[in-house]
Design a protein around this ligand. Structure first.
Ligand code: 5AD
Ligand code: SF4
Length: 446
C-alpha cells in the first residue's frame, strides 16, 4: 500500500554496483529518513522509486534496464509515483536519460544525494538532473544495515587513467576528506557501537595526497590513527591500487591490531604488455614485488584480486601469463570479469577485439585455477581457531551462524553468539569460498 496522501511517503531503493554505491545508498536512506520518508517493502508500494546504478560493465547496464521497465509500468498505473535514477549509469548518460526514459523525474550522479534532497523538497513538476562532480556527501548521516559495521568514505573520485574504466568519468577527480574529520567520524561510530569499519575510496590507498597541513595524513598514518580508536576492532579498506601499496601500509597491517589480514590487490592482467595497454602503471614483476612485500610483513595475509579476461589484443601467451601469476600468488579469492567496452573509454577504441568464444574459454580456465588455488589456500585454516565477527544466521542453514574471519572468509558455524559478537571458531572444514566450524565456548578455553 502506498501512503495515499496521508501517512509518511514511502520509498523503494535498489542498489547496483560496488560498496561505494552501497554506502551512497545508506546515505540516501539516511537523507530520506530525515525528510520523513519510510522504506516500502516493494516497488509497487512506493511513492518514490529509486535506483542507484552502476555502469562498470555492460551487464550492469542491462540488469538495471530490466528493473527500470517495472518502474515505467508502475508509473503508468499511477502518474503520482516519482522515479529517480542516481549513480554511475545516470552520470554516464546525463540528461539523455530524460529523452530516452521520459518517465524518469529526477536523475543524479554518484554522491549527488543533495540533488535528490533538493528535488524532493522543491515540489518540482519538471524533470531535474544533478550531475556536478564536485561536492562531498561524506558527512551525511547514513542508515546502517548492521549496527556494528560501518563504511567510511575517505575519498571520492579517481585520478587513474585505466584505459578500460568508466569510473574516472563518472566519479571525477580524486578528493580526500580531511583526516581530523574522518577520525572524529570513526570515533563517533565507535561510541555508537560500531566494531568494524571499511574505509572506502576508488583508489583508497592514494588517500591524502591532495590534503595539506593539519588535514593531511598518508593512508598508512590514517590506518594507525583509526586503529588507536577505542572500540574499533577491525579495519578493512577497498579498493587499493598496487602502485600505492608501499611498505608503510604493509607495516600498518603487521603492527596495528585492528587492521585485518586481508588485502584486495587488483591484478587485472598478468601480462606486462596488456598491463601497459591498460595503463595500470605497473608491470608483472612490480606487482609480484608488492605481493612479496606484503607476505614479508604479513605472511598469513589473505590476498584477493580482480582480473579482466579478453582485453583488446590479449593473446594466448598474455592470458597464460595471467594464469601463471594466479598460480604463483595463490589468491584466496578473485573476481573475474570479461572485458566490456565502455562508452568514452580508451579501450573501447582499441583494435584486437578478442572473439567472444575465446573470452569464454579463457574465463573457464581462469575460474577453474582461481577456485583450485583458493581451495588449497583455505586448507591452512583447518584445525586453527579464528576470530569471527558474527553477522547472523547462515544463509543455507538457519540453525547455524554466519560471520566473517579477519581474513574476510565467510565462516558458517555452530554456536550461540549473536550478531555483532566477536567469537573464536575452530575451523573443521574449508571450501574455496567458506570455512566451517564451531564456536569455542569460554569453558573450553584455558
Ligand atoms: N570490463 C571488464 N571489467 C572491468 N572492470 C572495470 N572496468 C571493466 C571493463 N570495462 C573490473 C576491474 C575492476 C573491477 C571493479 O571491475 O577488474 O577492478
Ligand atoms: Fe559501478 Fe564503478 Fe560506479 Fe561503483 S564506481 S557503481 S563499480 S561504475
Amino acid at each position: 500500500m502506498k501512503s495515499g496522501g496521508d501517512g509518511p511517503k514511502r520509498f523503494h531503493l535498489t542498489t547496483f554496483g560496488c560498496q561505494m554505491n552501497e554506502h551512497d545508498s545508506e546515505r540516501m536512506k539516511g537523507m530520506l529518513g530525515a525528510l520523513g520518508y519510510v522504506e516500502a517493502p516493494s516497488r509497487a508500494d512506493a511513492d518514490l522509486i529509486l535506483f542507484n546504478t552502476c555502469s562498470i560493465r555492460e551487464s550492469a547496464d542491462s540488469r538495471f534496464i530490466a528493473h527500470l521497465g517495472e518502474a515505467k509500468r508502475l508509473k503508468g498505473e499511477d502518474p503520482e509515483v516519482v522515479v529517480g535514477v542516481g549513480g554511475c549509469w545516470a552520470q554516464s548518460v546525463k540528461d539523455e536519460v530524460f529523452e530516452r526514459y521520459p518517465f524518469v523525474d529526477v536523475a543524479f550522479g554518484p554522491g549527488q544525494i543533495h540533488g535528490l534532497a533538493e528535488f524532493l523538497a522543491s515540489d518540482s513538476l519538471t524533470a531535474q538532473g544533478y550531475f556536478g562532480l564536485e561536492g562531498f556527501a561524506g558527512h551525511l548521516p547514513a542508515h546502517r544495515e548492521r549496527p556494528f559495521q560501518a563504511w567510511v568514505q575517505v575519498s571520492q573520485g579517481c585520478n587513474c587513467v585505466c584505459s578500460y574504466c568508466i569510473v574516472p568519468s563518472t566519479r571525477g577527480r580524486e578528493a580526500s576528506r580531511p583526516a581530523p574529520e574522518l577520525i572524529a567520524e570513526v570515533g563517533e561510530l565507535a561510541r555508537d557501537g560500531v566494531r568494524e569499519v571499511t574505509l572506502l575510496g576508488q583508489n583508497v590507498n592514494s588517500y591524502g595526497r591532495d590534503l595539506r597541513g593539519a588535514d593531511r595524513r598518508s593512508f598508512a598514518e590514517l590506518l594507525r590513527e583509526i586503529d588507536a580508536i577505542e572500540g574499533i576492532e577491525r579495519i578493512r579498506y577497498t579498493s587499493p591500487h598496487p602502485k600505492d601499496m608501499k611498505e608503510d601500509v604493509a607495516r600498518a597491517h603487521a603492527e596495528c591490531p585492528a587492521v585485518c589480514e586481508h588485502i584486495h590487490l587488483p591484478l587485472q592482467s598478468g601480462s606486462s604488455s596488456v598491463l601497459k595497454a591498460m595503463r595500470r602503471t605497473y608491470d608483472r614483476s612490480r606487482y609480484l614485488d608488492r605481493v612479496a612485500l606484503i607476505r614479508e610483513h604479513v605472511p598469513d595475509a589473505a590476498l584477493t584480486t580482480d582480473i579482466i579476461v579478453g582485453f583488446p589484443g590479449e593473446t594466448e601467451a598474455d592470458f597464460e601469463a595471467t594464469l601463471e601469476v594466479v598460480d604463483e600468488v595463490g589468491y584466496d579469492g578473485a573476481f573475474t570479469f570479461i572485458f566490456s567496452p565502455r562508452r568514452g573509454t580508451e579501450a573501447a577504441t582499441l583494435d584486437g577485439t578478442v572473439p567472444h568464444p575465446v573470452k569464454r574459454e579463457r574465463m573457464g580456465r581462469l575460474v577453474e585455477l582461481v577456485q583450485r588455488r583458493a581451495r588449497e589456500r583455505a586448507q591452512r585454516f583447518v584445525g586453527r581457531t579464528v576470530e569471527v565477527l558474527v553477522e547472523g544466521p547462515s544463509r543455507t542453514d538457519p540453525s547455524r551462524l554466519r560471520g566473517r574471519a579477519r581474513h574476510n572468509k565467510t565462516v558458517n558455524f555452530d554456536g550461540t553468539a549473536g550478531p555483532g559478537d566477536l567469537v573464536e571458531v575452530e575451523i573443521t572444514d574449508a571450501t574455496s569460498q567458506t570455512l566451517l566450524g564451531h564456536e569455542v565456548l569460554l569453558s573450553r578455553v584455558g
